[in-house]
Design a protein around this ligand. Structure first.
Ligand code: NAD
Length: 259
């Protein structure tokens, strides 16, 4: 197959959880631009609806669904809705994250909610969406979105001179776990030709305080934070036939920060 052809996603059905979020929006856009029919799923219908409107105006095929990753029944409902509307699933970008815990000393109830969404819910949705792909006997691609914070401890000097506080421990726990969970699923699902990979982004620009930007950017060889569009090429590579032999990989997308 011609190499540029192999990146095309025409005829593929893709699910992006957290599709209305900072990174999710670029992921939805990348898959839609490459030709996939994209389902953006998140908790709130409002944010999803405005995303659908914006992308449909650009001519992309995008649908919005709602679910709550802290609830098993809701994950099953999302699976049922996808099956009923499209009959299949080819690409799953596991991107949603809940951040109830804000700092080192966040409460136990915040930690428990984080565990429900980012721990239990994460394994739950991976199994259910893999099951949907398996039933088609046609393979698929799962991309887990972790973070450089799943690979390394926090660099506290980034927060010096800011009021941002200490990053919460649950994030490091879940994002670290997600990387080896991907390895697990990569081996379990390989016999069904379902590939499972992880992308671990560094910091994404989101109007962070000036001092944080200064602290962080001077350490990045490329001199800046990532923006959403930096992830688009990698998403399409891993989702498409162009990435057919990439399985069980974790790709750090940090502008060389940790090189
Ligand atoms: N923003 C960054 O700097 C950064 C850096 C590295 C990695 N990441 C990773 O990228 C991914 C997206 O991050 P973001 O910053 O764009 O997130 P965000 O906070 O902008 O969006 C998170 C999304 O998750 C959804 N969500 C939260 N709880 C949910 C629940 N219970 N059920 C269903 N959906 C739920 C929200 O609706 C939202 O759409 C995450 O996995 C995050 O860990 C982000």
């Amino acid at each position: 197959m011609n190499v540029l052809e192999s990146f095309k996603l025409n005829g593929k059905i893709a699910l992006v959880t957290g599709g209305a979020g900072i990174l999710g929006k670029s992921i939805v856009e990348a898959l839609a631009e490459a030709g996939a029919t994209v389902i953006s799923a998140s908790r709130s219908a409002t944010s999803g609806d405005s995303l659908v409107k914006e992308f449909r105006e650009k001519g992309y095929t995008i649908h919005c669904m709602t679910y709550d990753q802290s609830k098993h029944e809701s994950i099953l409902g999302l699976k049922r809705d996808i099956k009923a509307a499209f009959g299949r699933l080819d690409i799953f970008v596991n991107n949603a994250v809940a951040r109830p815990m804000k700092s080192y000393d966040g409460s136990i109830s915040e930690l428990e909610l984080s565990m429900k969404v980012n721990g239990t819910g994460n394994i739950d949705i991976l199994r259910e969406m893999a099951n949907l792909m398996e039933s088609q006997n046609n393979g698929g691609s799962i991309i887990n979105i972790s973070s450089m914070m799943g690979m390394f401890g926090p660099d506290l000097s980034n927060y010096e001179g800011t009021k941002m506080g200490t990053p919460p421990p649950d994030y490091f726990f879940h994002k670290g776990g997600m990387i080896n969970l991907s390895n697990y699923f990569a081996k379990i699902l390989a016999g069904k030709n379902i590939r499972v990979n992880t992308i671990s982004p560094g910091g994404i620009f989101n109007n962070q305080p000036e001092r944080f930007l200064e602290n962080y950017c001077k350490k990045v060889p490329l001199g800046r934070l990532a923006n959403g569009s930096d992830i688009k090429g990698l998403i399409v590579l891993l989702a498409s036939d162009a990435g057919n032999y990439i399985n069980g990989e974790n790709i750090l997308l940090d502008g060389g920060l940790l090189a």
